[in-house]
Write a protein that binds this ligand. Structure first.
Ligand code: FE2
Length: 146
C-alpha cells in the first residue's frame, strides 16, 4: 500500500504545481488568440483543482497521508513552475502538452500498481484520469499540428 500511496502523492505534487502553472499562464499569456487561450486555461485549472481534492481525499480513503505543503510539492513535482513573465500562446500549448504527458505517466504507474495489489477503487478511479488526459493530449496535438 505504501508504494501506491507514494505514487498517488507524486501525482498530487504534480497536480498542485500544474494548477499554479496553468493560472500563471492564464494571467500572462499573450497572442492573437488571447481570448480563446485565456478561457481554455481557466477551464483546465478548474478541472485540475477538483482533481487535487479528489486525489488527496482518495489517499485518505486508503489510510495514507496526502502531502499538503507547498514545500513538498516543489521538492517532489516533476512538473516545473512557469516564470513571472508574459508568454506566447504557442509556447503555452507546447509546455502544457508535455505536462499532461507527465500526468498521464503518473496515472499509468498508479494503475499498474493498483492492479498489481488488487486495489479496485484506485484502479477504477484512475481510469477516468487516463481517459481524460489521453483525450486532452489528442486535442492539444491536433491544435498544434497545423
Ligand atoms: Fe481569470
Amino acid at each position: 500500500m505504501d508504494c501506491l500511496i507514494n505514487k498517488l502523492n507524486d501525482f498530487l505534487c504534480n497536480l498542485n504545481v500544474f494548477y499554479r502553472k496553468l493560472q500563471n499562464y492564464h494571467w500572462n499569456v499573450v497572442g492573437k488568440d488571447f481570448f480563446v487561450v485565456h478561457s481554455k486555461l481557466e477551464e483546465y485549472y478548474d478541472e485540475i483543482n477538483k482533481q487535487v481534492d479528489e486525489i488527496a481525499e482518495h489517499i485518505l480513503v486508503l489510510g495514507g497521508q496526502p502531502l499538503a505543503r507547498m514545500q513538498d510539492y516543489l521538492e517532489k513535482a516533476e512538473i516545473t513552475e512557469a516564470e513571472n513573465m508574459k508568454v506566447k500562446d504557442d509556447l503555452v500549448f507546447k509546455n502544457i502538452t508535455k505536462d499532461y504527458e507527465t500526468l498521464l505517466g503518473n496515472c499509468i504507474k498508479i494503475k499498474e500498481e493498483a492492479d498489481k495489489t488488487n486495489n479496485y477503487a484506485t484502479s477504477s478511479l484512475i481510469d477516468e484520469y487516463i481517459l481524460d488526459y489521453s483525450k486532452k493530449l489528442w486535442m492539444l496535438k491536433q491544435m498544434q499540428s497545423c
